[in-house]
Design a protein around this ligand. Structure first.
Ligand SMILES: *Cc1c(COP(=O)(O)O)cnc(C)c1O
Length: 221
């Protein structure tokens, strides 16, 4: 077994059974993904459309590809035929385009809403207020080719573990509130995507059931 495979298997062994692992393979060569695949990994996360397209063409067809980065609406069409989950839906415009492209492909595409809870200024993600407002307005109810599966977020890049914990807890509270208010009848709205190499143990303690780990599996990029 290779070192990569050892690391992967060790991580998988330590995850609680209800927590799924996205192996974040952005910037990694196809050979590294193949190694992970050979050790049983089937969910891979990529953050650039062109790179994903190339890897998708070469690698085995039973891989579940997750798009984890910021996605431009004009690139949805390239991945719409096969993408399994889009983690970072951060605008109504993007969601509308996903719905449109999914329809063209006769598919229903699973999506998570990216919520901006970190203290850092970033361009991406709904604020909590924007998200509540968006849900209340209800245009999403007519989007029949999108499956609403949950929430994704990133914590502030900091050494302050309590800060990180607090942010994940906020995300979990928002997830519960949203499920209760809008998705009570839906089994699909069930995914909490938070936790990366440096913070995934805290993320799991704070309710994550989908962790996105890159560096700890593949080494640095
Ligand atoms: C790169 C990336 C990850 C993985 O980060 P690591 O620190 O390498 O585990 C997770 N989520 C998103 C959105 C990313 O862009």
């Amino acid at each position: 077994m290779t070192e990569l495979q050892n690391r992967l298997i060790q991580i998988r062994r330590e995850l609680p059974p209800e927590v799924h692992l996205v192996a974040v393979s952005k910037f990694q060569p196809v050979s590294a993904l193949q190694e992970a695949y050979d050790a049983g990994q089937r969910i891979f996360g990529e953050s650039r459309v062109q790179e994903l397209q190339q890897k998708h063409e070469i690698l085995p067809t039973d891989i579940e590809w997750h798009f984890i980065g910021h996605l431009q609406a004009n690139k949805v069409k390239y991945i719409a035929p096969y993408i399994s989950l889009i983690h970072a839906v951060d605008s109504v415009k993007l969601l509308t385009e996903i719905d449109r492209q999914a329809q063209k492909n006769n598919r229903v595409i699973s999506c998570l809403f990216q919520i901006h809870i970190a203290q850092e200024e970033t361009k991406y993600g709904f604020s909590i207020e924007e998200f509540r407002d968006f849900l209340e307005k209800g245009a999403w109810r007519g989007m029949s080719n999108v499956r609403f599966c949950g929430i994704m977020c990133m914590a502030t890049f900091t050494d302050d573990r309590e800060q990180i914990r607090k942010e994940f807890r906020t995300a979990r509270d928002l997830f519960e509130e949203t499920r209760e208010r809008y998705f009570k009848e839906s089994k699909d709205f069930s995914q909490c995507s938070w936790g990366m190499t440096d913070d995934y143990p805290i993320a799991i303690e704070e309710g994550s059931n989908l962790v996105r780990i890159g560096t700890k599996i593949f080494g640095s990029r």
